[in-house]
Design a protein around this ligand. Structure first.
Ligand code: SF4
Length: 307
């Protein structure tokens, strides 16, 4: 069910997900398009997420934006509901943080990143080059997840519960919680057209799924749904973003994941399993509803092939 409308306020709005935004020329959403987008969301009962660029918007935009309940995704921490950054931060932050980072940066800064844990209510780490993971990278990622888990475990022993997407999301989930692009969320771009997600707009603006006048028209809409993803619907890496854009980029099918996405998600799943077991040694009822079984594969596709 469609639940969220993401509105890109400018062509240079910050990317908060796997895909980079290559646009550097400003193109502010026209005020009348913004108003129509808000009206559309109200008619369809959608929750709006506004995605900001790194410059201040003209004053008349604020009153339009504030006319409806929403969340602000921003590249600056001031007045943000979610702050997106590409560098480890210093000090305490009182809003959820999205840290976008390449795998090599992540491996090179493991200690700095571990030290961020507990200094923001939530730390979402988004790897921007999942498609480039090699077998060596998978091993390094396994070690990094163990380091991050150790830090989370230490803090839980002190009575705190830090949230770090890579290892704590799966612990708290009892069913799939994926991105939902094209299914539970769509994006309105500054050109007044709808897209599956911001990445689809960055990559091919002609590839829209409708506009404010004609409404939404998603071809083969069922393919964006979990039930029509043969691997994912049987998977229990519930924290996986199941990135539709990455699927299309790496396998040419929106509902078929790449080997890299699956292995990364399963390494996280398995690290969460170990972390959960370790926390339960001291607190047996911790997240009692969660079950994460032991498995002997990292890519559900390989498992299917072996059968
Ligand atoms: S790990 Fe692979 S199969 Fe499982 S949800 Fe993610 S993309 Fe789908």
């Amino acid at each position: 069910m469609l639940t969220y409308l993401i509105i890109l306020l400018d062509d240079t709005s910050v990317s908060f997900c796997h895909a980079d935004n290559p646009r550097c020329e400003r193109r502010l959403i026209p005020l009348d398009v913004l108003r129509q987008g808000i009206r559309f969301a109200m008619m369809e009962n959608l929750t709006i997420q506004f995605v900001y660029p790194d410059y201040p918007l003209p004053a008349d935009y604020a009153s339009v934006i504030e006319s409806i309940d929403h969340a602000k995704i921003k590249p600056t921490v001031e007045a943000a509901d979610v702050w997106v950054t590409d560098k480890p931060f210093e000090g305490e932050v009182d809003v959820p943080v999205v840290l976008r980072i390449t795998r090599q940066e992540l491996f090179a800064q493991t200690e700095e990143i571990s030290n961020l844990i507990g200094h923001a209510p939530r730390l979402n780490i988004v790897i921007t080059d999942i498609g480039a993971f090699t077998d060596d990278d998978f091993e390094r990622y396994r070690a990094l997840l163990a380091d991050i888990s150790a830090r989370v475990e230490t803090l839980t022993k002190e009575g705190r519960m830090p949230w770090v997407s890579l290892v704590t999301d799966r612990m708290a989930l009892t069913k799939m919680n994926n991105c939902g692009a094209g299914d539970s969320s769509i994006t309105l771009a500054p050109n007044g057209r709808f897209y599956v997600c911001p990445a689809f707009y960055y990559e091919a603006p002609e590839d829209s799924i409708g506009d404010l006048e004609a409404g939404i028209d998603i071809r083969n809409r069922q393919l964006y749904k979990l039930e029509y993803a043969p691997l994912c619907r049987r998977c229990d890496a519930y924290q996986c973003r199941r990135c539709i854009w990455l699927n299309r980029k790496l396998t040419r099918e929106v509902n078929t994941p790449s080997h890299e996405q699956c292995v990364v998600a399963h390494l996280e799943r398995n690290a969460s399993r170990t972390l959960l077991a370790n926390i339960r040694k001291a607190n047996p009822n911790f997240l009692a509803e969660t079950k994460i079984e032991e498995i002997d594969y990292l890519d559900p596709f390989e498992m299917k092939r072996e059968k």
